[in-house]
Design a protein around this ligand. Structure first.
Ligand code: FE2
Length: 285
């Protein structure tokens, strides 16, 4: 995740960060308890993946070989770069939006160095290395997702000047963080916010409670989101090719038009929406 937070009150240690907010992961010490907690988090989430995560996520995770403890980012970095040209950079936590976009545009994914506490096993407010690494990095092994994220960063840098941060944040939120995909295995998850959460992973594809809508770029960018509970709306893409294609167009004119329109509430169905049923259920007549 990323966010336009001030440096005040953030959990990470920013004292030794470079101008681009990167740090050296080797300066951060992980205790035996940290590694044990990582293994517990990893084991719990991987149980859910076979039936809930898309194949591309599962394949990427397998390539990372990170079940045994908090990973050394440099070790995975080399494998990732060989496959998709992306690198991992260590950061203290949230970083400014513009810098975050700059990293993405340069095919660098920022990963927070610190790990949550045991009492935060199920929930924490700021993203930690488990969320950033386990949740996000597997998808960067897929070239289509990798291209989408880079193009998002490039466009976001340009569109920031047009005051489009809210629209950009919603798009990132509903794809990279909370995206669902139609696959040959049925409805599956590719979003990191879901896949790093024990509760939201089955909820997102099986619960009758939230709305699942066919992905539409304008609809998605106008829709507000929740940061304090499970999502009330999810957007379902037809394929990773289709997602990558969205970013090949210049979004300037669309963003200007959308900024003149009011946001849409999470969890509400609007005219023109195309609902997608949860897994194992039929839409009510
Ligand atoms: Fe995230």
């Amino acid at each position: 995740m990323y966010g336009a937070h001030s440096d005040n009150g953030l959990r990470g240690d920013y004292r030794h960060a470079q101008a681009d907010f990167t740090v050296d992961q080797r300066d951060h010490v992980y205790s035996d308890a940290d590694h044990a907690l990582w293994r517990r988090l990893y084991a719990r989430q991987t149980q859910l993946l076979q039936t809930c995560a898309c194949r591309e996520f599962r394949d990427g995770l397998a390539r990372m070989d990170a079940a045994d403890g908090v990973p050394d980012l440099r070790a995975v970095d080399a494998r990732l770069e060989a496959v998709s040209g992306w690198r991992l950079v260590a950061v203290p936590g949230f970083i400014p939006d513009e810098q975050f976009f700059r990293h993405l545009a340069a095919r660098r994914f920022p990963v927070t160095v610190w790990l949550r506490k045991p009492e935060e096993f199920d929930y924490l407010v700021e993203p930690d290395i488990f969320h950033d690494f386990f949740g996000h990095v597997p998808m960067f092994f897929d070239p289509r997702f990798a291209d989408y994220a880079q193009r998002y960063g490039e466009q976001a840098l340009r569109l920031l000047e047009r005051g489009a941060l809210s629209l950009l944040a919603r798009l990132y939120w509903y794809t990279v963080e909370f995206g669902l995909i139609d696959s040959d295995e049925g409805l599956r998850v590719y979003g990191a916010g879901i896949l790093s959460s024990g509760g939201e992973t089955p909820y997102a594809i099986e619960s009758a409670e939230p709305l699942r809508l066919r992905f539409d770029l304008s609809r998605c960018m106008r829709t507000e989101y929740r940061i304090d509970s499970f999502q009330k709306t999810y957007f379902v893409i037809r394929s990773l090719d289709a997602l990558a294609e969205v970013m090949t167009r210049d979004l300037s004119a669309l963003v200007d038009a959308l900024q003149a329109q009011p946001p849409l509430a999470a969890g509400r169905l609007y005219a023109g929406d195309e609902p997608v049923p949860p897994r194992g259920r039929m839409l009510a007549a």
